[in-house]
Design a protein around this ligand. Sequence first.
Ligand code: NDP
Ligand SMILES: CC(C)=CCC[C@@H](C)[C@H]1CC=C2C3=C(CC[C@@]21C)[C@@]1(C)CC[C@H](O)C(C)(C)[C@@H]1CC3
Length: 609
Amino acid sequence: MPTARFLIGDTVMGRWPGSNLYYEVKVLSYDNKARLYTVIYKDGTELELKESDITSLTVFKQGVARSRSRSRSRSPGRPRRSRSRSPARTSRRSSSRTTDVRKEKLKEVLEVRLTPVLMPHENNSNSKHEKKEENNTANRASTITEEKTETESENQAGGRYNLRHRKDQGDGKTVELEQKTETGVLSQTKPPAAIKTTDLEFGGRVGVFFLMFLLPVTVLALLILCGQKDASLQSFPLELPALQSLWDWQVFGIVLLWLLFQAVFSLLPVGKLVEGMPLKNGKTLKYRINGFYALLLTAVAVGVAVYQEVDLSYIHAHFLQFYTSALLIVTVLSVYLFVRSRWASEDELAPGGNSGYIIYDFFMGRELNPRIKNFDIKFFCEMRPGLMGWVLINFAMLQAEMKHQNLENPSPAMLLVNIFQLLWVVDGFWHEEKLLTMMDIVYDGFGFMLTFGDLAFVPFTFTCQAYYLVSHPNELSLFWIITLITMNGVGYYIFRKANSQKFTFRKNPSDPAVSHLKTIPTATGKSLIVSGLWGWVRHPNYLGDIIMGLAWSLPCGFNHLIPYFYLIYLITLLVHRNARDERQCRKKYGSAWEEYCKAVPYRIFPGIY
Ligand SMILES: NC(=O)C1=CN([C@@H]2O[C@H](COP(=O)(O)OP(=O)(O)OC[C@H]3O[C@@H](n4cnc5c(N)ncnc54)[C@H](OP(=O)(O)O)[C@@H]3O)[C@@H](O)[C@H]2O)C=CC1
Ligand SMILES: CC(C)=CCC[C@@H](C)[C@H]1CC=C2C3=C(CC[C@@]21C)[C@@]1(C)CC[C@H](O)C(C)(C)[C@@H]1CC3
């Protein structure tokens, strides 16, 4: 059994990842299994370090003194040129185009935050490490060739530094580390720290209990209203459907078949195999990225069906029954996920879904990456059946519109909604790999909330504009058509450019596509983009998404609020997501984040703080 050399609360010297610089740090905890110390730097940055990267203050001082006297006797009067790289210097290099004033200001900030000491006996040039330091997010979802279920990540025992933040598991929620002993001495025999969710979201147990009923009922109400002649909110409920009309076994069978086909497509050995982000236990999972091929296959299958005169407007006619079928599958799947999570090990649990309260954990999701052999249930549900279903349903609504309104061609409004949303979905599949670095995959558990979101909310509410247009035609003038196309184009440009810029920058800050951007260095070694779109507002990608959301709703006109449901949902979700992300970044980057907020005061909308 390994023994911890340092105690909780000890002040020691910790090496800064990727360099030979040592800083005074305090030991917060020790993970006996991974053999990693969680330490806190003076600026509040928490990192996990291996024992070999920590040294006691006394030993360190002796080492520095010895080395100084050696170097003095070796080359009297000729000071050795230090090639050291402090985190500030590392970042300064990547931010070479930051204005001088900013550089000086930041230098001051960083020098106050951390005072590095160079460990004298080692070689300083390690540009490989320097790069990894900056790339600790995006590049971990890397392409691989070998086919195994899991791999030991190189940073497990012997190799790399771990820049994960233990307390802030990345989602802004506080998790309790249950490893403290009464004396403060690190336990040598205890199992690795178990995490427990203490900061409950969505109003805690009571809140999620109500949400669990409110969400499905709201979607049902939306669908009923959307299908009604008078879709105004005041007229609800005009035509409440009979209970037995909400269920149809044939529809249920079609939904099951749809899921089965998509699951088979996702398992086809085409497309690259990539590694996800490192898990808590240091391992990584592999994912097959073949969503784009699956979309093409689905399009071919739908094309053949239409050619065979399959009437897709059946989906419109049975829309409520499709929804209730999806709801049943969501419920069964969530129960299955919750039950199977009982057998998941501690390090397979999501930091946000492990409160110990059944209802809460059922809603948030206990297990992070539930898998049946190579089949990753969360990754599959996040994109495949829902997003593809959305496109299929939109197309079915287009056919239903022509049928119901006796049109030879679909209306311009219906065409715009179909094309705009198809573009977004195609874009999503084209960049499927990037999903692996998003918080939904990396931090959130897979429970009722995401299952419902992916399998019911996405396909049945994101389609509400097309569903609405079937029975609420809206004429569009040429001016409006051009305006809407421009609006969607601008939104898409901002959304795509901002997301790609950030992804490329995280992968390789010196990539020519992003190397011209001004940046703010942070104490973690990563930098924050502070010019271009990311210098305009702090979440330009959200802004682009919202502009697109508006362009998707406006084709439905101004008669009712219902087609604006997606826009309202999106703004609510992104404002909440923004608050969550900012909390997380503030913890992660400390004063550098404050600096960024000062430089870029607007969150999502220019002019709105
Ligand atoms: N339509 C829908 O239903 C939804 C759509 N979306 C879309 O998905 C996309 C991704 O969104 P989401 O996953 O929430 O988060 P983001 O892609 O916005 O990522 C936020 C992270 O980016 C990094 N970051 C923040 N500011 C900077 C900066 N200035 N420079 C460099 N890095 C920075 C930080 O992580 P770090 O520093 O650790 O890299 C931060 O945690 C968005 O376009 C959003 O609109 C999202 C949710 C729902
Ligand atoms: C009300 C409720 C239960 C909401 C759940 C929200 C989820 C449906 C969405 C949260 C974030 C999402 C994202 C996508 C789909 C919807 C959910 C899961 C996404 C994968 C779609 C494809 C995009 O290109 C995307 C990768 C940007 C996007 C990421 C977020």
